[in-house]
Design a binder for this molecule. Sequence first.
Ligand code: HEM
Length: 404
Amino acid sequence: MAHFTKATSLHDWLNQRLAIDAVRRVMATEYWIPKDINFLWAMGMVLAITFAFLLVSGIFLLMYYQPNVKTAFDSVNYTIMTEVDFGWLWRHVHGVAASVVFLVIYIHMFTGIYYGSYKKGREMIWLSGMLLFVTFSAEAFSGYMLPWGQMSYWAGMVITNIFSLGDLHLNGLVEWIRGDYVPAQAFLNRFFMLHVLLLPLAIMGLIGLHFATLRIPHVNNQEGEEFDFEAEAEKYKKGDKKGSKVIAFANDFMSKDMFVVSIYLIFFFYLVFFHYDFAMDPVNFDPADGLKTPTHIYPEWYFLWSYEILRPFSTNIGLMAFGFAQVIYMLLPFLDRSPNAVPAHKRGAFKIWFWLLLINMIVLTAMGKMPPEGIFSTIGFFAALSFIGLWIALPIITKAERKL
Ligand code: HEM
């Protein structure tokens, strides 16, 4: 048993039992962040805050939402939106946060790609980030089912159909996932459970893992410079704050992060109050009808790029291309064969690859929203082929890269 003395304050009492001073040092006042980073490095904090908004608004919505195929639609569109005080506000916050979180995730991912933050000991940061991306995608999809509107129902139908795996005709697997032949009560129940319990728990665990993976390799910096964090931290602690290449997470770096977060919050609440509709499909304001297929079924904007990789090919090839798109980002640290962990603008061919990939993702997203006909279909087809081509080219161009 440890030795306890009579506490002189509440702080001292807690410190003797929970070592709160040591925790604060390790997690905040002596957690070192490079100075040479820009506003893009605040996206991680923006994501954490957006997730907190999703959790809190979700808890409020849960008080009135009814996971029943007969009442779900009305519980959202009438009870929450018109009858519950400020129900509309919590729904707007939840809907906007669900959409904006993907915009920020994509910015965060492409920042990581641009600066090579997945390389040389940072592979686990990347992999845990990708696991977060996959879990967030499942969370968004399961949430989209809950209002039980037309798009909920038909997107649920189309996406679960993918599990029949084309000519393998695994219909048993599709029915097992749905708990029925078509999306119905069992389907809504299980997606409700996934959305409000299992996936949020998984996300919280993964955020913890993602933070832990940052601990040893530390956060990257704008020049990809490698330096001795311990030595730089010593300089900082001795008072040479100007000469040191690092600053403490709290309060120094936190205050910079919070500045970016504040600007983000202005944009976020502007959307919540004035453009909430951007995050909602008008078709989903019609209740689910299994006998009336919408003329054009498409997912939310953040899934359009991978949907467009599935669509232009025949069923089996489309499924393979879709599977490729789902796993390929995960493999990035192993496909990039270059020894250089520096920003893309110093890496020749990789710089061109990066911008082509970004443009390609935007074209795929735009085409995914269009009906699959005429010129849209042709552009979508070539964009999907280019996506696959770009990833096949990556190991070749990075292998040829000169060591800097
Ligand atoms: C809710 C989801 C996420 C949260 C809360 C989160 C949070 C953070 C935080 C706080 C940081 C450190 C500061 C920064 O660079 O922004 C970070 C770094 C990083 N994250 Fe995430 N992240 C999330 C999702 C992702 C995803 C989807 C990826 C992509 C695979 C990813 C990849 C990375 C990488 C590579 C770094 C290292 C950046 C560097 O060293 O410069 N994260 N994340």
